[in-house]
Design a protein around this ligand. Structure first.
Ligand SMILES: Cc1ncc(COP(=O)(O)O)c(C=O)c1O
Length: 400
């Protein structure tokens, strides 16, 4: 008898976690490894947020809460959507989960039926297709290459929609490319969606606050109010407030969907950590000024990494608008051999050789659905980045 579910057989483990684990193993063996795989800011959670959590513990806020969030946090989320995005939501339209990941998962589990299609522009965040598969749906991957700035065109979207389409998953600024859609680019997509009333829109705005230069962040329900009733606007405190370990994500959308998500959560994990919820209230209601310093720091690192990577033989690296990733192409290196003689016949082979020969851990592009490329997370010190870039340059120079 097969002890595991058939559904599980459709899913693969997270490749980003696999890279981090491999790098940690090499480190444990005493190898000098620089990790550029992590998907989290290297800043500490700000003190005022930690203090709010300590105060919550002291005040005994340590019991079960409502399954999808305390009223105070739902209020803070409504205020955030109004302040940052001009969107009006009531607490009944808000769901709080254990990280943004659980929010997306709940929404898919609550809505997918066998055969339902979910449009996912690639490169994509690694979990989208597997979550869709877990829910019994079919990922419909739309390749958006470097030549189109990693962004989906209105024609691609229109061509991908069928009567079976249930969701479009939209992510800007993006993990893994950092690419952000301008208001005009987003409006061109929402103009298509207006004509397909059966399609729900899941916008993953996790990197909203990590943006550079003149890039203006916009979200679908803000750009096209006609989509408000079928958009789930997802966000969280993990990336913006450096709170990845606290596990708080949230979304706002139509009440029927929020209610369905609550049902799933109440029968699985129940409420997200009560203490983390109080910390998130402070994150959203408290000072926001430090974000500018963080963005300036990320922007400096982005510029360093983009400039250095573009000097490497065989690498082309676009300049992204936000998040803390770059997604360089290695098309010119495919077919070569590494300095130690490994065949570079895929981006996975490139990443493996780079890790083994130079001790630099990056995530290969196939994990994100668009090859040949790799993702660099530059959420690490400038000293580590500079050393990593020297190693990558040496590695590429030695490829032949
Ligand atoms: C695009 C995107 N969405 C969602 C998440 C999940 O965030 P959380 O840590 O809040 O679950 C991540 C985390 O890497 C992400 O990159």
């Amino acid at each position: 008898m097969d002890m595991l579910s058939a559904t599980l057989g459709r899913v693969k483990p997270s490749p980003t976690i696999a890279v981090t684990t491999k790098a940690a193993e090499l480190k444990a063996e005493g190898r000098d490894v620089i990790g550029l795989g992590a998907g989290e800011p290297d800043f500490d959670t700000p003190d005022h947020i930690k203090d709010a959590a300590k105060a919550a513990i002291d005040a005994g806020k340590t019991k079960y809460t409502a399954p999808d969030g305390i009223p105070e946090l739902k209020q803070a989320i409504c205020a955030k959507f109004k302040r940052d995005n001009g969107l009006d939501y009531t607490p009944k339209q808000v769901s709080v989960g254990t990280g943004g990941k659980q929010i997306l998962y709940n929404a898919l589990m609550a809505t997918l039926n066998p055969g339902d299609e979910v449009i996912i522009p690639a490169p994509y965040w690694v979990s989208y297709p597997d979550m869709v598969l877990l829910g019994g749906g079919e990922p419909v991957v739309v390749e958006c290459g470097i030549e189109q700035g990693f962004k989906m065109t209105p024609k691609q979207l229109n061509d991908a929609i069928t009567p079976k389409t249930k969701w479009l998953i939209f992510n800007s600024p993006s993990n893994p490319t950092g690419a952000g859609y301008t208001r005009e680019e987003l409006k061109a997509l929402t103009d298509v969606l207006v004509h397909h009333p059966h399609v729900l829109i899941m916008t993953d705005d996790m990197y909203e606050h990590l943006r550079f230069g003149n890039f203006e962040f916009t979200t679908p329900a803000q750009v096209e109010p006609e989509l408000y009733d079928r958009t789930l606007t997802c966000n969280g405190v993990s990336k913006a407030y450096s709170m990845t370990g606290w596990r708080i994500g949230y979304a706002a959308g139509p009440e029927w969907l929020i209610g369905a998500m609550r049902k799933i959560q109440s029968q699985s994990t129940s409420n997200p950590c009560s203490i983390s919820q109080w910390a998130a209230v402070e994150a959203l209601n408290g000072p926001q000024e430090f974000l500018q310093d963080w963005c300036r720091s990320f922007e400096r690192r982005r510029d360093l990494v983009v400039s250095e990577l573009n000097q490497c033989k065989g690498i082309t690296c676009p300049t992204p608008d936000g998040a803390f990733y770059v997604y360089p192409s290695i098309a010119e290196l495919i077919g070569m051999v590494s300095p130690a003689g490994a065949a570079i016949d895929s981006d996975e082979a490139f990443a493996t050789a780079l890790l083994e020969e130079e001790g630099v851990a990056v995530v290969f592009g196939a994990a994100f659905g668009l090859s040949p490329a790799f993702r660099v997370s530059y959420a690490t010190s400038e000293a580590a980045l500079t050393e990593a870039m020297t190693r990558i340059k040496r590695f590429c120079a030695g490829c032949s």
